[in-house]
Design a protein around this ligand. Sequence first.
Ligand SMILES: [Zn+2]
Length: 158
Amino acid sequence: MRIKGAGGCQDIRLYETDFQTAWQLIFDCMGQCGIEVQQVDNEHHVAHGRKKSMYYDITLRDMEDGTVQIYFDQHKKYIEVYSFRNDTNTMDQFFKFYETRLEEMHGGIKCPYCGSPVQANNKYCPECGKQLNFNKDVIDNSDEAPGFFEAIFKRHDS
Ligand SMILES: [Zn+2]
């Protein structure tokens, strides 16, 4: 499921692999995307990173059934009510690297809705039929007319 708007974006995905492999792979993929690792919480398994004006919190959760969940949160330093450029490129790139590497390592990708095994290039879940490229689930606030708030809030780009 993907959520866009408020100056950032989030995505939650489910994978079938062991926890340590999944954790290590996060750092490999951050490096490949040019996200500089700034802080690591080894207790709660959160990797904090930064790329230019964007901040990233990537959380790994052990679902204790052989799957792990990645919660990817991209945001700016300050909360923005409206953002005019909603850049999901880095997030898309991260998951592309992640899923490619995972499949090479024979780890599995799971449908986030029903938990069925899916392939990285599947557009729909073969089991529950839900769309997997997340376009249908986008909660997109970026098209809302910014006029009123634009006058009140300034953008924080640094
Ligand atoms: Zn499904």
